[in-house]
Structure formats: C-alpha cells, structure tokens
Ligand binder design. Structure first.
Ligand code: GLV
Ligand code: GLV
Length: 345
C-alpha cells in the first residue's frame, strides 16, 4: 500500500500538483482555507508516514501518538521550530524538514523595514495623515523627527546589535553596511565558545571595522538598533527583559522578526511608555495571533506591529511551500530531504 501523507493546508497551485499528481503516495489535505481543525487532524493522521504542518499547527506528543509508529517525517513550512517538540521527535526517530535559506532575504528585508519604521516614527506619522490631522500640523523644523538609522556627520559611528547571528541576522547585517554601519555586536549561542578569529573574518567579509561577540549587557548598552533574530523556545525566552531594555540607549530601537517569546512584552510596554528606548518594530508578539486592538503595544504610537509577515513575499512563500513538499516526499520515499533539521547550532 502507498504511504499516506497528511498536509494541514492547501499549498497553492504551484506546489499541490507535486503531491497530488503522484501515484506512489496517498495525500490527505485539510480542505478549508482556515486553521486545520485539531479533531480532523487527530483522526486523519492515524497511520500516516508523513505530516506537513504550518507554524500555526501545534505539534505535540498527543498528535504524534495519534499518528502512531508509522510516522517517519514531519515537514514544517517554516524555518522556526518553536511549535515542534524536538525531544518527542527524537524519541520516535521522526525526521524534521524545515525551510531555511529560501526565506532569509524576505525576512531580512522586513527587519530593515521595521528598523526604519521604528526609528522614523512610522506608526505615529502615518496616523497623522490617515486621521486627517496633517492640515492641522503645520510644518516645523523638528516635527516628527526621529533618530537616523544611517550614519551622519552628527553620529558617524553606528552600531547594530544582533541577538542570534545566523543566516537571517547576517543577511540583515549585509543590508545595513551601505547605511554606514561601523560596528556589529552579536550575542551568539552561549553553548558555543567565542571565536575572535571568526569575528575578524566576518569583519573583513562584511567590510566593517568591527564585528564582535559580546555579552547581552554590552550589546544592549552599545547598540543603536537591536535585532532579535534567534530561534524561540525555552532557551531564549525573554532574553530581552526589563534589565536589557533599561540598558539600551534612549535613542535606540528594538526589532523582533524572530519569535514573540524572546521579548518580555510587559517590560517592552514599560520601556516604550517611559521612553527607556525610542521605539520598537515587531513582526511577532507573544500570544499571536490573538492580539486585539486594545493590546497595549497595538495602542503604543512608538511601536510598529506587523502580523508575522516576515517571509510573506509571493516568491518566498512559493519557495517555502515547494521546499516543505519536497522535504515531505524525500523523507517518506527515502530520498534526500532538501532541508533536514539536524540540531541547533
Ligand atoms: C517564520 O516565522 C518561519 O519560521 O518560517
Ligand atoms: C534563521 O534562519 C537564522 O539562521 O537566522
């Protein structure tokens, strides 16, 4: 009999034929364009060899138990794996496919957009136009001003700090170099030792005077912009907390395009209200997508909040869907998986 695969969303007209037109797998697809129903999934996953999920699906022991010992491959259409219980997969020898690289540029683009929006008060100033206030706000020399992301004669030194220094962080750094960035500080995985030779090589490769791995306290205090671009999960929960935010410059901005759990939301609300920092640009938020209009960060004029669209370019989502389908098929049919997750660096 053909191995069964379950797919929790329609992956679009470019990708679905790759799955549906094969005769060596049985493909079961959640038929609605809404979140895959948990009950439907628990029933349909029984006896499946492969499961393709979105980051909005909760993968847990109950789901893996429902699938049973036939399950060999989990493919997620995301680079992040916070919604995937890695130890439970390891216990059951289930391989994990994910979608690195294809989305790196799209997310780095959004990180830059958020840095610019946060520093130049995008939320506040677009509201002035949208609410019809512009005619009542006659131009004046310093109205609507915010700190400049690029280097200037006033501030020739510009420092960016990165929490996480993987693919997306480095693609973001590459985009910042033409802004006149002078220093890149990063906080890497505490489990891996510092490597000054690698930092010097990075500095040469990016054409920067200085790239250095530092502690969080120094990173907070020295950076003009802090980018949170590390995996979520228990190890990185609330790395940006009240102490971190208090150390930041009052003209600095915080960008999070990774996972909401890395930033302590309550502390960030205080930091913005009490002007510990200039502003924040967030693509992700703890508790998403259940974020209502009365959420304190939605109401905060110095916070730009996007509904988790970092990878949401047409080109990138098509690439991710195709990669997720190929990971699924590769794992199920015993071929190579284009991107198998093999552990945290
Ligand atoms: C997006 O957040 C992803 O993990 O792909
Ligand atoms: C995620 O893909 C990262 O390495 O930054």
């Amino acid at each position: 009999t053909r191995p069964k695969v379950v797919v929790t969303r329609n992956l679009g007209p470019e990708t679905m034929p790759l799955l549906l037109e094969r005769d060596d797998v049985e493909v079961v697809v959640w038929p609605e364009d809404t979140y895959c129903d948990r009950k439907w999934l628990l029933e349909n996953v029984r006896g499946a060899t492969g499961l393709l999920v979105m980051l909005s699906d909760r993968v847990d022991a109950e789901l893996l138990e429902a699938a049973g010992p036939s399950l060999k491959v989990l493919s997620t259409m995301s680079v992040g794996y916070e919604h995937v219980p890695l130890p439970e997969l390891a216990k059951r020898n289930i391989r994990l496919g994910y979608t690195p690289d294809v989305l790196t540029d799209a997310v780095a683009d959004i990180a830059i957009m958020l840095a610019l929006m946060a520093s130049r008060n995008a939320e506040e100033v677009t509201a002035v136009v949208r609410n019809g206030e512009w005619p009542k706000r006659p131009w004046s020399p310093f109205m609507f001003c915010g700190p400049q992301l690029s280097a200037s004669t006033v501030h020739p030194q510009r420092t960016a700090g990165f929490i996480g220094f993987g693919r997306i962080a480095q693609a973001t750094l590459k985009r910042l170099v033409p802004f006149g960035l002078t220093t890149c500080l990063y906080a890497g995985n505490p489990a891996t030792p510092a490597d000054p030779a690698a930092d010097a090589a990075h500095a040469r490769a990016f054409g920067l005077p200085r790239v250095a791995r530092v502690g969080l306290a120094e990173l907070a205090a020295e950076s003009d912009v802090v980018f949170v671009l590390a995996p979520g999960g228990p190890a990185t929960r609330h790395v940006v907390d009240a102490a971190f935010l208090r150390r930041m410059k009052s003209t600095a901005v915080l960008v999070n395009a990774a996972r909401g759990t890395l930033v302590d939301t309550d502390a960030l609300v205080r930091a913005l209200r009490e002007r510990w920092i200039w502003g924040a640009g967030l693509d992700v938020l703890e508790g998403e997508p259940v974020i209502h209009a009365d959420h304190p960060l939605v109401k905060e004029p110095r916070c730009t909040l996007l509904p988790h669209i970092g990878s949401a370019s047409i080109e990138t989502r098509q690439g991710m869907a195709k990669m997720a389908a190929e990971n699924l098929l590769g794992g199920v049919l015993g071929h190579a998986m284009p991107a198998e997750f093999t552990g945290t660096k």
